[in-house]
Each structure stands twice: as structure tokens, then as C-alpha cells.
Design a protein around this ligand. Structure first.
Ligand SMILES: NC(=O)c1ccc[n+]([C@@H]2O[C@H](COP(=O)([O-])OP(=O)(O)OC[C@H]3O[C@@H](n4cnc5c(N)ncnc54)[C@H](OP(=O)(O)O)[C@@H]3O)[C@@H](O)[C@H]2O)c1
Length: 227
């Protein structure tokens, strides 16, 4: 058993999620920002790859006081469990995600994470160890389910999302498409990594909705699975 997995990201009109130097770009507008904050507040957990932590240093906290209050009223922490997928435990000890805002943190590591760094991280986060060279994402999702986590919102980046699609671990895929062209063959896209070659390996999607939002479009897809 695994949680429901929603991938959410913002990309430019030409399908890039940041610049080729991996510099964060403000792609979303105000309404998309509020929508993402709402989904975050409704999720049990929010997940990013270590590449995103190193590039953007996000805190991944819920921003609206009203939404935080609603979470507390239903007996939850004011922020969802924040999860970093980080095979070698490279996360800087002063990363925002480890210190800003209340709530639990999980660092998912593999067997190659140095023991000393893991022990240091245990003061601020729970550690889940799976996989040899890289975190075993399917096993991680099972462990999260066993901890009572039923919904995970994945915020990026492209490498982590690419692996989740490759392992058929995505249920819903939401992209806000913003009104800019970032360009560059090397700029990250929503699903990077090795990519698929055979057509039968592509993740097939069915469109749930396409609606104008801010100065762009919000696309919601469900992953289509054979019955
Ligand atoms: N526009 C948006 O919505 C948005 C959102 C988030 C991020 N971003 C952008 O995305 C970029 C970062 O993306 P990224 O692709 O470099 O990094 P990422 O996807 O955040 O993290 C990738 C890293 O996760 C680790 N990992 C561990 N197990 C894995 C597995 N099984 N599969 C895949 N990855 C695994 C790997 O590092 P180890 O091997 O060391 O563990 C891998 O290099 C930044 O430029 C950021 O600004 C944009």
C-alpha cells in the first residue's frame, strides 16, 4: 500500500521549471500560489528531492494563517510532514526545511548515507533508509503509508519527478504553465532523468481540467492505468 501521490509544479510556456543554472524563477501568479498553499495544507506530506533543497532552499511551510489554523483544529501539525529524498544525506544542517515552521521532517536516505551525518540529522528529522545507491522510492512510499501518511504532494524537482513517473508512482500531475519562455536545452523540465524510449513505457495521462489562471493555464491530469 502507498499514499496517493500528486505531483505539482510550475513550468514556463516552453516547459522549463528553472533556468539552465538551476536558478529558481517566479513562474506562478498570486492565485496559483494560493492554490498550491491550499493543496499543501490538505496533504499529509510534501516531498522534494535534494537537488531542489540545494538549489532553492525552500521551507515548504503552509503560508496562510487560516489554513494553518484549520490544520491545528483537526488535530494535525500546522505543516504537513516535510520529506527530502536524499540518498547520501547531503542536506546542509542549516537548510530552511529542517528549521522553519513546526511539524515533522523525514529525510529519506539510502545505504550510502554516512552514519555520522545520519546521527546528526536524527536530532531534527526522522530517517527512513531504503535502497543501495539511491532511495528506493516504492519502498519509501510503503514506509510512509505504514506511518499513516495517505497523501503526498511532490513539489519537484525534475529528477525526482522523472523517477516517480518511471516507477509508476504518480496518481495526479498538475502543472501551472506560466507566460514566459525560459529556454535552454539544459534547463530542468518537469520530468528529467533518463527519460523513456519505448512508447509503451510512456506514462499515459487523461486530462481532468485545463483552466486559465493568473497569466497562464492550470493543467490537471490523472495518470491513466489499465484496469
Ligand atoms: N518550477 C517548479 O515548480 C520547481 C519545483 C521544484 C524544483 N524546481 C527546480 O528544479 C531544480 C532541481 O531539480 P533537480 O532535478 O536538480 O533535483 P531534484 O529532483 O529535486 O532532486 C534530485 C536528487 O534526488 C536524489 N534522489 C534520491 N533518490 C532518488 C531517486 N530514486 N530518483 C531520483 N532522484 C533521487 C538524487 O540525489 P542523490 O543521489 O544525492 O540522492 C537526485 O539527484 C531546481 O532548479 C529547482 O529550482 C522547480
Amino acid at each position: 500500500m502507498r499514499p496517493f501521490i500528486l505531483v505539482n509544479c510550475a513550468m514556463s510556456a516552453d516547459g522549463k521549471i528553472s533556468t539552465k543554472e538551476r536558478r529558481q524563477v517566479k513562474i506562478s501568479g498570486k492565485n496559483d500560489f494560493l492554490r498550491v498553499d491550499r493543496i499543501k495544507a490538505e496533504s499529509d506530506a510534501i516531498m522534494v528531492g535534494i537537488g531542489t533543497v540545494l538549489a532553492d532552499n525552500p521551507s515548504l511551510t503552509v503560508k496562510s494563517d487560516e489554513l494553518k489554523q484549520k490544520r491545528r483544529a483537526r488535530g494535525a501539525d500546522e505543516n504537513p510532514v516535510r520529506i527530502v529524498v536524499d540518498s547520501a544525506a547531503r542536506i546542509p544542517p542549516n537548510a530552511e526545511i529542517l528549521h522553519k515552521g513546526r511539524g515533522k521532517r523525514i529525510i529519506a536516505v539510502s545505504s550510502r548515507a554516512p552514519e555520522a551525518k545520519v546521527r546528526e540529522l536524527e536530532f531534527v528529522a526522522d530517517i527512513i533508509r531504503t535502497g543501495d545507491m539511491q532511495v528506493d522510492l516504492a519502498a519509501l512510499m510503503e514506509r510512509l503509508h505504514a506511518k499513516g501518511i495517505r497523501s503526498v504532494m511532490v513539489e519537484g524537482g525534475g529528477t525526482l519527478i522523472g523517477s516517480l513517473f518511471a516507477q509508476d508512482l504518480v496518481d495526479e500531475f498538475c502543472t501551472f504553465v506560466g507566460n514566459m519562455v525560459i529556454g535552454g536545452a539544459d534547463a530542468p523540465t518537469p520530468a528529467d532523468g533518463a527519460g523513456f524510449v519505448a512508447e509503451d513505457a510512456f506514462s499515459r495521462l487523461s486530462l481532468v481540467s485545463a483552466e486559465p489562471l493568473d497569466e497562464g493555464v492550470l493543467l490537471r491530469w490523472k495518470v491513466a492505468r489499465s484496469p
